[in-house]
Design a protein around this ligand. Structure first.
Ligand SMILES: [Fe+2]
Length: 258
């Protein structure tokens, strides 16, 4: 099956699970969040399979596009921190932000680590800044909404979305990425550190800690639930669209690249 054909059923990604109507309660929220996460996992698995036999130049382009998410995630997380009340969630997210920025060592900042991975698979430095305009727009809109809306919306958008959901996509991406013949042949020369951090135990623990902290946040502020759910829904829709745009761009490129 061609890449284009394998993607056609996903051409218009939408939110995979209907949001319940009426009053929210804590358990109802987590049921909704779990169902949405499961549906996203299935969608990610279906999409990322195409990575295994993508032309190597498209694969480089695909991986390059993800870097813009890691960069914007950091400033959005800082913005969210500025808006949150004191408490466990704010402290935990500040720790995650510090790790994202290398805990005082700029060479350990996650975008830097990711760029070392890109260099090791043959992405030239001068191509690092070529983000898809459509995805830059999506990321810009998320930042704007984070700025304008309630902190709870931001928790759903960047707290849950970034930490719990991003991990899901990255694990699936890594699973298929490393099966690509180029990756297998060059495994010894590739800098895998970003993936060791993000597709392994460390990020799973982050996801679990974030979930527990958000649960306490909801208990302290039950009125935040509708905004939280809306932020999470927005995050999943944007995230699915973000990846779909990358797949579309790489599929278009396919014919042009030898
Ligand atoms: Fe990271």
């Amino acid at each position: 099956m061609s890449l284009e054909n394998s993607l056609s059923p996903l051409a218009t990604p939408s939110f995979p699970v209907a949001m319940p109507h009426g009053e929210w309660d804590r358990q109802g929220f987590w049921n909704f969040a779990d169902a949405a996460k499961e549906a996203t996992e299935a969608l990610a698995a279906q999409k990322m399979k195409a990575l295994e036999d993508m032309p190597v130049e498209s694969l480089r382009e695909f991986c390059t596009q993800y870097r813009f998410f890691t960069i914007e995630y950091i400033s959005d997380l800082a913005l969210l921190l500025a808006k949150l009340p004191f408490g466990g969630l704010r402290s935990l997210l500040s720790q995650i932000l510090s790790e994202e920025l290398g805990e005082g060592d700029a060479s350990r900042a996650h975008p830097e680590i990711y760029d070392r991975f890109l260099a090791s698979i043959g992405v030239p430095r001068e191509r690092l800044d070529r983000g898809l305009p459509e995805n830059r727009r999506i990321l810009g809109e998320l930042t704007q909404e984070l700025w304008e809306r309630e902190p709870a919306f931001g928790v759903g958008l960047r707290g849950m979305g970034g930490e719990c959901l991003c991990q899901t996509y990255l694990s699936v991406m890594f699973e298929h990425l490393r099966e690509h013949p180029f990756m297998r042949e060059n495994a010894d020369r590739i800098d895998w550190e970003f993936w060791t951090i993000h597709a392994g135990e460390e990020d799973i623990v982050h996801g679990e800690l974030t979930r527990a902290a958000i649960d306490r946040y909801i208990q302290d502020e039950p009125s935040a639930l509708p905004e939280l759910a809306q932020g999470y829904e927005r995050s999943i829709t944007a995230w699915n669209r973000f990846w779909q745009n990358i797949f579309d761009a790489c599929a278009t490129q396919r014919g042009a690249v030898s």
